[in-house]
Design a protein around this ligand. Structure first.
Ligand SMILES: Cc1cc2nc3c(=O)[nH]c(=O)nc-3n(C[C@H](O)[C@H](O)[C@H](O)COP(=O)(O)OP(=O)(O)OC[C@H]3O[C@@H](n4cnc5c(N)ncnc54)[C@H](O)[C@@H]3O)c2cc1C
Length: 501
C-alpha cells in the first residue's frame, strides 16, 4: 500500500480532468490525476486497427481561427503546436440530408445566411434573424467571451427555459427550414421540448465561425495536455481505477484504488460521471435527497458506430460531415424504429493529412438506446458472446446498406469495419449506459438538471461534460469554472487573456 499526499487529486483523465490538471498545476498546486484505463483522454481516446487510427469521441471542433474563442483557449493550454488541424469545407462544413434533399451549413455568419437562403429564398429574413439570435445568446454568456465577472454565470435564464424546437419555431414557420436548422442535433443529442436553446445556440455559433478536423487523431489533445501537466510537476497514473472516495466526518481524505493503493489529498475533483461518483462515496456527508436527485437524472442517448477502413485510394476524401435523415422530422430520431435502424446517422471521414485526396477511414454513427444491448450488460469487452456478435453484424449490414443509398459503390471500397455499441462507451469512459454527452439538461426543470461543480462534501468538486455543457468548448469552460473554486474565475480569465495578448 503506497501513501502519498497531494494538494489536489483528480479522478479521471477526460478533457475536463486534464484541463483542470493543466490550470491547477500551472498555478503551483501539486496535482495527481488517476485514470482507470491504460490510455488517458476518455472521449479523446483513439484506437488503431492495422495502420489506421480511429477517433472515438471528438471528431470536429470550431472557432479555431486566430482570435476566436477555442483558439484563445488552445493558445493558453499550449495546444496549438501539438494539435494539427484541417479546415472543413467553408462552403459546407455540415451537409444536412432530409428526405433526399441536401442543405449546406457554410462557414462565417454571412456565408451561412447566403448558402441557406439559396435553398430558402422566401425565408432569408428568418435565417438572418436566426443567426442574429444565436449570436446574441452566445454574447450573453460572459464566459464564452472571456469577460471578467463577479460570479460564474454560465448563461442567462431565458435561454435555459426555452426548448430548441420552440426557439426555432419562433423564428420561422417554414417546417423544412426548422428541421434543417436543427439538423446537426446529434452533436448534442437534442430532445424535443426538453433540450434548452442555449445548448444549440452555443454549439452552432461555435461551428459557424469556423470548423476543423483534428489531423491524426484527438489523442493529440490529451497527450499534449499530459505533457504540459508533467512539465509543471503534475503526475498522471494510468491503470488507476478509483474504487472508493473515502471521507472522515467533515471532508474527503483519500481515494482507494482497485489495486489497493490509497492516495491522500487536500482537495478532490471528480471527472467521473456524477452518478458513478456518488456510487463510490459511502459518506453521510452526502445526504439522501442529493444522492437521489443525482441518481434519478436522465442521460443522453448512446450510439452504435461503424469504424470503416477503406481500401487504398478508392474513396474520395469528403471534407464535410454528412447528417442523414430518412424522414422530415429530425426530432423523431430519438424514438427510432428498431427494425428500420438507422433512420438517421452521421457520416464523417477522418483526416490524416490536410488537403488529402483519398480517405483512409470513416465513421458512421447512429443513435442506439441502451435497452438494445441491456441483455449483455454483465459481459466484458471482447467476451460478450456469439449472439452479441450476430446482433452487431446485423446492425452493421443494415447501416452499410443505408450508406450505400447516399454514397453508391461505397461498400465495394471498404476493406474492414469495426463497431462499438453503448456497452463499449460504458466500459471505456464509465458514462452511465454509454450516454454520449452525459446528463440531459431539461428546460422544464432547469435547476434540477444542472449539476454544480460543488458537492455536499466541502473539498470535493466535479468537472467534465456534466458540469455546464459537453464538447470541447463546453468541457473546457466547465473546467475553468471548477478551477475557479481554487483560483477565482477572474484570475483564470486574466491568465488566458495575458497569453493571448
Ligand atoms: C461519439 C461521440 C462523438 C463526439 N464528438 C464530438 C465532437 O466532434 N466535438 C466535440 O467538441 N465533442 C464531441 N463529443 C463530446 C466530447 O467528446 C465530450 O463532451 C468530452 O470529451 C467529455 O469529457 P469529460 O471530461 O466530461 O469526460 P470523459 O471523456 O467521459 O472522461 C472521463 C474519464 O474518467 C475516467 N474514469 C471513469 N471512471 C473512473 C474511475 N473509477 N477511476 C479512474 N478513472 C475513471 C474514464 O476512463 C475517462 O477517461 C463527442 C462525444 C461522443 C461520445
Amino acid at each position: 500500500m503506497s501513501n502519498n499526499k497531494y494538494d489536489i487529486l483528480i479522478a479521471g483523465s477526460g478533457l475536463g480532468g486534464l484541463v483542470c490538471g493543466y490550470i491547477l498545476s500551472k498555478n503551483g498546486y501539486k496535482v495527481i490525476i488517476v485514470e482507470k484505463n491504460p490510455q488517458i483522454g476518455g472521449c479523446l481516446q483513439t484506437f488503431k486497427r492495422g495502420n489506421v487510427k480511429f477517433d472515438t469521441g471528438m471528431h470536429y471542433i470550431g472557432s479555431m481561427e486566430e482570435g476566436q474563442i477555442l483558439h484563445r483557449f488552445f493558445k493558453y493550454l499550449n495546444l496549438l503546436d501539438d494539435v494539427p488541424l484541417s479546415r472543413l469545407d467553408k462552403s459546407g462544413y455540415d451537409v444536412i440530408s432530409i428526405a433526399g434533399e441536401k442543405y449546406k451549413f457554410a462557414s462565417g455568419y454571412d456565408g451561412f445566411i447566403e448558402e441557406l437562403a439559396r435553398k430558402f429564398p422566401q425565408n432569408k429574413n428568418d435565417i438572418q434573424q436566426y443567426v442574429r439570435r444565436i449570436r446574441e445568446i452566445a454574447n450573453a454568456s460572459p464566459l464564452y467571451n472571456l469577460q471578467e465577472i463577479n460570479s460564474p454565470v454560465f448563461i442567462e435564464a431565458d435561454y435555459i427555459k426555452t426548448s430548441i424546437n420552440e426557439f426555432i419555431a419562433s423564428i420561422t414557420h417554414n417546417l423544412r427550414l426548422q428541421n434543417v436548422l436543427a439538423g446537426n442535433l446529434p452533436l448534442y443529442a437534442g430532445v424535443k421540448d426538453k433540450t434548452p436553446t442555449y445548448i444549440h445556440a452555443l454549439i452552432n455559433n461555435f461551428y459557424i465561425q469556423s470548423a476543423y478536423r483534428i489531423v491524426g487523431g484527438s489523442d493529440t489533445i490529451a497527450n499534449s495536455l499530459a505533457k504540459s501537466i508533467q512539465s509543471f510537476g503534475g503526475k498522471i497514473l494510468t491503470h488507476a481505477e478509483v474504487e472508493q472516495f473515502i471521507c472522515n466526518e467533515n471532508k474527503m481524505t483519500s481515494v482507494l484504488l482497485t489495486n489497493g493503493n490509497v492516495i491522500e489529498a487536500d482537495y478532490f475533483i471528480s471527472n467521473i460521471h456524477p452518478q458513478i461518483t456518488m456510487e463510490k462515496i459511502q459518506s453521510k456527508l452526502i445526504r439522501k435527497v442529493y444522492r437521489e436527485r443525482i441518481a434519478n437524472l436522465e442521460n443522453t442517448l448512446s450510439n452504435f458506430t461503424l469504424f470503416i477502413k477503406f481500401k487504398k485510394e478508392q474513396t474520395e476524401y469528403l471534407n464535410y460531415n454528412f447528417y442523414y435523415y430518412d424522414h422530415e422530422d429530425v426530432w423523431a430520431s430519438n424514438n427510432y424504429d428498431i427494425d428500420k435502424l438507422p433512420q438517421s446517422y452521421l457520416y464523417m471521414h477522418q483526416s490524416v493529412q490536410d488537403g488529402a485526396t483519398f480517405a483512409e477511414s470513416a465513421q458512421m454513427i447512429a443513435y442506439m438506446h441502451y435497452n438494445e444491448v441491456k441483455q449483455w450488460e454483465n459481459t466484458k469487452v471482447g467476451r460478450r458472446g456469439a449472439d452479441y456478435k450476430a446482433f452487431k453484424a446485423e446492425k452493421t449490414q443494415k447501416m452499410l446498406d443505408k450508406l450505400e443509398n447516399s454514397f453508391p459503390h461505397i461498400k465495394s471500397a471498404i476493406d474492414a469495419v469495426y463497431t462499438s455499441s453503448p456497452l463499449t462507451y460504458r466500459d471505456y469512459t464509465a458514462t452511465k449506459e454509454g450516454s454520449m454527452y452525459g446528463i440531459i439538461r431539461d428546460k422544464n426543470f432547469p435547476a434540477h438538471t444542472l449539476v454544480s461543480q460543488r458537492t455536499k462534501i466541502p473539498n470535493l468538486f466535479m468537472t467534465g461534460q456534466n458540469i455546464n455543457s459537453h464538447g470541447i468548448l463546453g468541457v473546457t469552460i466547465g473546467a475553468m469554472i471548477t478551477c475557479a473554486e481554487f483560483l477565482g474565475i477572474n484570475t483564470i480569465i486574466r491568465e488566458i487573456e495575458k497569453v493571448n495578448n
